[in-house]
Design a protein around this ligand. Structure first.
Ligand code: MLT
Ligand code: ZN
Length: 483
């Protein structure tokens, strides 16, 4: 019998009560594998605190016993950032029970949410007040506010509204020693030195546990049209984006692209789905155009006029405008299912990359050529958020490949090459999915040493014993071999 270990668990149980602590494999196991099924961990126990005070008490206890803590929200992350190491020494800290929307203030257009609020629930609560939360993504039914903040998530409305960082007005964070940093009150002007809350946004639970946030809301939309357009090339997509921005300005909320093979994969994956256009096109664009308030010039007229001009200029081969909300949703379902459809196709190396928007079409073409020539039998596809310069660049393994050996062999070499190409193009190897455990070695290999040094110094100041989310994002000392 290991006495300190038993004492730790007994004290933990006293803090959390029976609803807040589990060691039952049936309960814990589903949370030990990441969404992509790439990482499998183990945990001492699953702790699910009911409020911030309990999180604080758990963190203080873990600090006292030197127990590592891995925070987790909806477990829908793409980089293995919420999966513990397989050694089973860490406590898995689920924020899912903290799912209260503490307040919604329609006049101030703000909501105070606990970390475990699911994105979809916030959408619905804001809508009930004639407002909306202007960030969305395919995983909205499981992704939580805490996870979205910890990874500084992006999604499909960044073009107009920015990433998660732009939506966070205030934050409540529990530090590794259990202290509560309360910066929930939003202030438009605040010059008391460092903007400390920014440290925790995008830090992937390595500096503190986000327990609540004050979030920005915007007016509800009064009308929306989703355009599905068939295009002859990715360059035409970029030209169409510029054209739509000039013609429709701020009314454009999203501009997503996918190549035909990606649409084919989605149609095969969703048996009831229908292709929006009859013909086949090298590329497809989904464009969301919205109106807010009531003084709206007919949106449909404006969109039709913009598209007619795009046809005249040869930017578009075919296009359809959603005729109803149901059709608009059906178009988005196709887009939001790409990730799952691609996952079902077999082993692939996924790269969540950004380069300056103007250079993205040429990047997709040349990177695809380079990779497919160097690794015969692979297929490279880029899809996603062209509007903000973030593409998901997936490289599928040759047919019949065994996943594990490929990912640690040729797949790994492919990822290094893709990241080299991105870095040479002045881009980022993680645009919206974070570093997690997936890209830690690559960050170390490619990041500016000054950036890495600053990150390590901040980590050392807040979590010198590396108890918070170990093995993710950045280690105090340089490491290798973990990707
Ligand atoms: C998306 O845009 O669909 C997501 O970020 C997921 C992905 O990388 O596939
Ligand atoms: Zn994305």
């Amino acid at each position: 019998m290991n006495l300190p270990h038993d004492q730790f668990l007994a004290e933990l149980a006293a803090i959390l009560g029976p609803r807040g602590l589990s060691r039952d494999n049936d309960v814990v196991d589903p949370w030990l594998t990441d969404w992509r099924g790439r990482y499998h961990g183990a945990a001492l126990a699953l702790a699910a605190p009911a409020d911030t005070a309990e999180v604080s008490a758990v963190m203080a206890l873990c600090a006292r016993y030197g127990v590592p803590v891995v925070p987790q929200g909806g477990n829908s992350g793409m980089s293995g950032g919420a999966t513990p190491d397989p050694d089973g020494t860490a406590l898995l800290l689920s924020l899912r029970r903290m799912n209260a929307i503490r307040t919604i203030d329609p006049a101030a257009q703000q909501a105070v949410c606990e970390a475990g609020v699911v994105l979809q629930a916030l959408h619905e609560a804001a809508e009930a007040q004639g407002l909306r939360f202007p960030l969305t993504l395919g995983g909205k039914g499981s992704a939580t506010i805490g996870g979205l903040i910890s990874t500084n998530a992006g999604g499909t409305q960044v073009l107009r509204h920015g990433v998660m960082k732009a939506q966070v007005l205030g934050l409540e964070v529990v530090l590794p020693d259990g202290q509560i940093f309360d910066a929930l009150t939003p202030l438009r002007k605040d010059n008391r030195g460092f903007d400390l809350k920014q440290l925790f946004i995008g830090s992937e639970g390595t500096l503190g546990i986000v327990t609540a946030a004050t979030l920005r809301l915007v007016p509800a939309i009064s009308d929306r049209i989703v355009v599905w357009a068939g295009l002859e090339s990715i360059h035409a997509a970029r030209a169409l984006l510029l054209h739509c921005e000039a013609a429709l300005g701020n009314a454009i909320e999203g501009f997503e692209v996918l190549p035909q093979p990606c649409l084919d994969a989605v149609l095969a994956y969703l048996p009831d789905a229908r292709t929006p256009l009859n013909g086949r096109h090298a590329w497809h664009a989904l464009i969301e155009v919205v109106a807010t308030g009531d003084a709206v010039a007919p949106l449909r007229d404006a969109v039709e006029a913009a598209l007619a001009a795009a046809f005249d200029r040869g930017m578009v081969q075919d296009a359809v405008l959603s005729a109803s909300e149901a059709q608009a949703e059906a178009f988005w379902t196709l887009r939001d299912s790409i990730s799952a459809a691609e996952r079902a196709r077999g082993p692939a190396m996924q790269h969540d990359i950004s380069v300056p928007v103007a250079g993205m079409p040429a990047f997709i073409e040349s990177a695809s050529r380079t990779i497919e020539a160097a690794w015969p039998g692979t297929r490279a596809i880029g899809y996603g958020h062209l509007g903000d310069g973030n593409i998901h660049f997936h490289v599928g393994a040759p047919a019949g490949t065994e996943r594990d050996t490929w990912e640690s062999g040729a797949g790994k070499a492919i990822s290094r090459r893709v990241h080299d190409l991105v870095t040479a193009a002045g881009g980022s190897i993680s645009a919206e999915h974070g570093i997690g455990q997936l890209k830690r070695t690559e960050l170390e290999r490619l990041a500016d040493p000054v950036r890495l040094d600053l990150m390590r110094r901040i980590k050392a100041a807040l979590d010198p014993r590396e108890l918070l989310n170990p093995g993710k994002l950045v280690a105090l000392a340089p490491e290798s071999g973990n990707a």
